[in-house]
Design a protein around this ligand. Structure first.
Ligand code: IMP
Ligand code: MG
Length: 178
C-alpha cells in the first residue's frame, strides 16, 4: 500500500555519493596499512559495509560481530549484549568498526571498550548515521556519513522490528521510537 512506503530522508543517490567519499578518505588514511580489518556490526551494517568495502583501494578483510541493545521493539533497554563475537584475533591489527547508526551512543561505547581491551594497533569508527540530539556519550566518530534528526529510520540495512532493511534509500517511519 502506498501509505506503507517510508518517506525519503536520504536518497539512494546521496547515500552512494557519501559512501564513495568515505571510502576515499579511508583509503587515503590507511594507505600505508597492510591489512585493514573492517569489523561490521550485525545486522544493520550489512549493506553499508558491502558498498563501502568494495570501494576501498587498501588491502582489507572483513569480520563481523553482533550486538543487541534493543530487546523489545525499538526501545533501548540500556543493556548492550555481545550475541556473536569476531572470529579473528584483533591484537596488533588496524581495526575499523563499521556500523549503521549511533543513537544514544551506548552501543558504540560498549564496542570501543570491548575491542580496545584486545589491544588492536588502532581502532577507529565509521558510522553511516548519527542522531546528534540523542547522543548521551559525546565521543568522536572518525568517519561519519550523515547527521540526522531524532526520527526512526529504515532502509539501507536499518530495520523496524526486523522489517524493511533492504529498502534502497533511508526513509522514516512513524512511531518507531516507541
Ligand atoms: P545506541 O546504543 O542507542 O546508540 O543504539 C544504536 C543501535 O540502535 C543501532 O546500531 C541500531 O541497531 C539501533 N537503532 C537506533 N536508532 C535506529 C533507527 O532509527 N533505525 C533503526 N535502528 C536504530
Ligand atoms: Mg546497529
Amino acid at each position: 500500500m502506498p501509505s506503507d512506503i517510508p518517506p525519503v530522508l536520504i536518497t539512494e543517490n546521496d547515500i552512494g555519493t557519501r559512501v564513495a567519499e568515505l571510502s576515499r578518505r579511508i583509503s587515503e588514511d590507511y594507505a600505508g596499512v597492510d591489512d585493514l580489518l573492517l569489523v561490521g556490526v550485525l545486522r544493520g551494517c550489512f549493506i553499508f559495509l558491502a558498498d563501502l568495502s568494495r570501494l576501498l583501494t587498501v588491502t582489507r578483510s572483513v569480520d563481523f560481530l553482533a550486538l543487541s541493545s534493543y530487546e523489545r521493539g525499538t526501545t533501548s533497554t540500556g543493556a548492550v549484549r555481545l550475541v556473536m563475537d569476531l572470529r579473528v584475533d584483533i591484537a596488533g591489527r588496524h581495526v575499523l568498526i563499521v556500523d549503521d547508526i549511533v543513537d544514544t551512543g551506548q552501543t558504540l561505547r560498549y564496542l570501543i571498550t570491548t575491542l580496545n581491551a584486545r589491544s588492536p594497533a588502532s581502532l577507529k569508527t565509521c558510522i553511516l548515521l548519527r542522531k546528534r540530539a540523542r547522543m548521551e556519550e559525546d565521543f568522536h566518530i572518525d568517519y561519519l556519513g550523515f547527521d540526522i534528526p531524532d526520527v526512526w529510520v529504515v532502509g539501507y540495512g536499518l530495520d523496524v522490528g526486523g522489517r524493511v532493511r533492504t529498502l534502497p534509500y533511508i526513509g522514516t517511519v512513524k512511531g518507531g521510537g516507541e
